[in-house]
Design a protein around this ligand. Sequence first.
Ligand code: NDP
Length: 477
Amino acid sequence: MHKNFIAGSWVEGSSTRLNINPSDNNDIVGEYALADQVQTTQAIDAAHEAQKLWAKATAEHRSDALDRIGTEILARRDELGMLLSREEGKTLAEGIGEVVRAGRVFKFFAGEALRLAGEKLPSIREGVDVEVTREPEGVVGIITPWNFPIAIPAWKIAPALAYGNAVVFKPADLVPGSAWALSEIIARAGQLPHGVFNLVMGPGSKVGQTLVSSRKVRAVSFTGSVQTGRSIGMSCMERGAKVQMEMGGKNPLVILNDADLEQAVSVAINGSFYSTGQRCTGSSRLVVEDGIHDAFVAAMKLRMASLKVDHALKSGTDVGPVVSQDQLDQDLHYIQLGCKEGGRLVAGGELLVRDTPGFYLSPALITETQSSMRINREEIFGPVASVIRVKNYEEALETANDTDFGLSSGICTTSLKHATDFKRRSSAGMVMVNVPTAGVDYHAPFGGRKGSSYGAREQGVYAREFYTSVKTAYTLA
Ligand code: NDP
């Protein structure tokens, strides 16, 4: 049984839950303890005490801790990648890739811990010194979703610890395995003072809600659905806590007449269907110019027919299963809705039977769709992409921006003029030219605009905005 980690000890929960493999529902990945409100409060109290000590640790001490954690994650990439793919359903190559990313993130912030520079400004008053420094926020609550079970926790926990905060980490209930393995590494390899890092597994409605409403939790970093994000945001604002929310997208990929067709198809297949389409940066809307539309759809159908949907750990699998029955039902619901709204399902969208019982769905492509349809406005979060035909570049840009979201956007074109204009006028936080809308560097800022994100950017040096508080000091010597 995998326990929670509270105040430096591994403790049983008030109940347990089984972690089921979505590629094979007969395979139980493990049994995990579920914390309740009392245990979550104990974790918060422990973090609150320990943070005072951790804030005083030298930058080198914190850097070394993160470096050791990163080293162990990277050394165990194959084993952890297998665990991740087994519980979440992304292919083994994707699982290992995600683990490597998590390890690199810890290494990056091991360096950043040593680079927390301040500023000295000239004063408007004679003899006065003005200093701007950054201090830790205090206790940070970290709430993560199921779709990146090790990378998202890593890119929140690493900067939190690097800058002297204590952490209470609540992973998604659905996939606790990778989060537990990461926590075990942090707890042991990190050699942190007791209480600096705490793991509380359990449902959002209990564990998450306790974290969000505790006065001792000074900042909450959340990734997940819009609905949950908004309610967390409101709770944090009510009590004046800092909050950062990453809540998904409805990301457009524009394909212009002058695009390299083969490249555009590869970019769309990757962005729309890899990781089973369960990425907040996935290309769910393919906005295609009239002149290339038919050739693009035909080439997509061909490539989609060759995609192998199967057990995530089988060699040769391109697309693993959907993560759960609920998510599968949501995907099927939107496919039906898209057809009802006037779209044409031209490829995939079928439940598949494989050697093992799992949530297998063939990637779906729906053409003849309009920007106003619900499938083009609401996040589906599965291997489902719709095609919107447009007359020209201006209409493509307008359609791409016609969304309440604004996380990532992409364009496939050989025109420097259109690529440059798209980068300037796209209303997304991240813009891709001839590369998939999903797939970003770990040292660059990550985040969106409009309904996709709220608060400071994540990752890279930009992460310090959220995990530190600025202090301005005036001294007359
Ligand atoms: P949620 O937003 O419900 O969950 C994300 C995290 O928040 C989980 O750890 C969850 O806990 C927690 N949580 C839930 N309710 C609360 C609460 N009241 N207070 C504090 N924390 C809470 O997303 P789901 O995982 O349920 O997925 C639902 C949909 O969200 C998906 O179908 C998809 O459309 C979208 N999604 C978007 C993601 C993105 O990156 N944009 C990522 C994942 C999902 P727990 O689940 O353990 O109960």
